[in-house]
Design a protein around this ligand. Structure first.
Ligand code: SF4
Length: 208
């Protein structure tokens, strides 16, 4: 499903992956516009984009030695140009991770990526779905799950996961309410050793 025309991308830049298993890796970030959720606390302006050619994207992609890319957004799984972006980066030798809100219903889309991070959102209720909805495809295809714990986070949503070898499970204290939410994540991992805490280290490092 290749859509022609310029690639509509929100931002492309090099930074470090700040969260999850790949924390600390030098990574090319490709932020895609558009999202089907409108989370109240979302810090990404995914409503805008600029037009990119494949040549320009390849040029930026080859600026550093790392061949690790993170596609985020917005919601990359919903973007009409995702096939072209993945195809181009794979052709350049990149390992590609995706960050998804878990509402995509297509295993085929999730199978495009080498690493799938599913981060369900409370605001999935805006779509008439349960809070922290994750599709069957997302639950099946995820390599890691990541939940931002806010003050009134209902930990029962985490109990739906049957812990499986080879998959990773993370809780993240909400940055804006760190003092309160760090207590929540500490309590959770103390009782549930398969889960780990992930901090937004890119912010701590002053990286983008
Ligand atoms: S799912 Fe992510 S990108 Fe979409 S509105 Fe929520 S926080 Fe923002």
């Amino acid at each position: 499903m290749f859509h022609s025309g310029p690639l509509q991308l929100n931002a492309v830049y090099w930074s470090i992956q700040g969260e999850g298993v790949h924390t600390g890796r030098s990574a090319l970030f490709v932020k895609m516009p558009f999202c089907n959720l409108k989370c109240a606390w979302c810090d990404t302006d995914f409503s805008t984009w600029t037009d990119w050619t494949e040549q320009l994207l390849a040029q930026v992609a080859m600026q550093q030695v790392s061949r690790f890319a993170v596609l985020s957004g917005g919601e990359p799984t919903r973007h009409k140009h995702i096939w072209r972006v993945v195809s181009l980066l794979k052709g350049l030798g990149f390992t590609i991770a995706v960050e998804s809100n878990g509402t995509c219903e297509s295993e085929v889309i999730y199978a495009l990526f080498d690493w799938v991070t599913i981060s369900p959102k409370k605001d999935s209720e805006r779509l008439g779905l349960p809070q922290y909805y994750a599709s069957k495809a997302a639950l099946k295809m995820a390599h890691e799950f990541k939940y931002v714990m806010e003050k009134n986070f209902d930990v029962r949503v985490l109990n739906r996961h049957e812990i499986a070898d080879g998959r990773r499970y993370f809780v993240v204290p909400e940055a804006e309410d760190f003092l309160n939410t760090k207590t929540l994540v500490l309590a959770w991992v103390a009782e549930n050793p398969a889960w780990r805490i992930s901090l937004q280290t890119h912010h701590l490092m002053g990286a983008r």
